[in-house]
Design a protein around this ligand. Structure first.
Ligand SMILES: C[S@@+](CC[C@H](N)C(=O)[O-])C[C@H]1O[C@@H](n2cnc3c(N)ncnc32)[C@H](O)[C@@H]1O
Length: 300
């Protein structure tokens, strides 16, 4: 079958990301574990440095942990029993199942991902775990298939860096949050410029590094989207191992990069939608009415 031509740069990047994460969803976790944000087999170090240990968190489901996160947003998200939580770029459901532990049976968790294979895997996991209040829907987080003002809390783990139009995602986060609701998002950001060779590489893009924004611009964009109390809850330095750098730079380039001022960080950021909290006000959404919700798949 002839593939449609992708003319637009943003669509090209999204297609690249979807293909990479589709491959990751269908391959063995051990292969992902040897990847930069799960993108291609390479040094174990970036993976180890980016990821955090989830296994101690309540609600942790090993089969949903593909080793793709770069923080623990749910640990900072102040989720309460009964909350409706939306997870952006939910992958196999890793953060959703931890969030479900916090919301309890009376809350709701909705994961959104635009990679069909990830959504399938997440639904299988929800089904195995027997949750009927954790829903996975296929959709683009820069244009979410969700009504406005349904979420008490939005979380996301290592995803916005993959989206070409991050401002659109932030606007959508604001729209789906209830007044007084908040988000906790882990992401990769930069201080200083990456060398051009890294910036232009597809693997580095899908690996969560090349698409990262400057930290100051990232925080300013959240404020521009309308959020208040924007603050970094945790910051961690990410060091790209030499064997990965060597794919892009010669020895002099590696030295210059290592001695330079460019920093790559994983940050977990908090922000609040203005207004008094509407926690406890029932979200006007029925899981069974959400797009792509299929009965007997762990949702509805
Ligand atoms: C690095 S993985 C993180 C997965 C998950 N948050 C975790 O920590 O296990 C990024 C995920 O975001 C999804 N993604 C990337 N861009 C997206 C977009 N524009 N809309 C929805 N999902 C997206 C990918 O399909 C992938 O599953």
């Amino acid at each position: 079958m002839e593939m449609p031509q992708v003319h637009d740069e943003s669509a090209r990047l999204k297609q690249l990301v979807r293909e990479k994460y589709s491959q990751i969803a269908q391959q063995d976790v051990a292969v992902n574990a040897a990847s930069c944000c799960g993108a291609t087999p390479s040094s174990k170090e970036v993976y180890n440095i980016m990821m955090d240990d989830y296994s101690q968190l309540n609600g942790y489901a090993q089969e949903a942990d593909l080793g793709l996160g770069c923080g623990l947003p749910t640990a900072f998200a102040q989720i309460q029993a009964g909350d409706t939580v939306v997870d952006l770029g939910s992958g196999a459901g890793n953060d959703c199942f931890v969030a479900r532990h916090e919301t309890g049976a009376e809350g709701k968790v909705i994961g959104i991902d635009f990679t069909p294979a990830m959504v399938t895997k997440a639904r299988e996991n929800a089904f195995k775990l027997g949750y009927n209040n954790v829903e996975f829907i296929q959709g683009d987080i820069d244009n979410m298939p969700l009504p406005a003002s349904i979420a008490d809390v939005v979380v996301s783990n290592c995803v916005l860096n993959l989206v070409p139009n991050k401002a659109a995602v932030m606007t959508e986060m604001f729209r789906v949050l209830k007044a007084g609701g908040h988000f906790s998002v882990s992401d990769v950001v930069l201080r200083g410029d990456l060398p051009e060779e890294l910036r232009n590489d597809a693997t580095m893009y899908a690996g969560c590094v090349a698409g990262a924004m400057q930290e100051s611009d990232y925080l300013a964009a959240l404020q521009a989207a309308g959020f208040e109390e924007v603050q970094v809850q945790k910051r961690k330095t990410i060091t790209i191992p030499r064997d990965i750098l060597a794919k892009y730079l010669d020895a002099a380039g590696i030295n210059a990069f290592e001695k330079g001022t460019t920093g790559i960080f994983s940050i977990t950021v908090f922000g609040k939608k203005p207004g008094s909290t509407q926690r406890g006000v029932k979200a006007k959404v029925k899981l069974s009415e959400l797009q792509n919700c299929r009965p007997n798949t762990g949702c509805c």
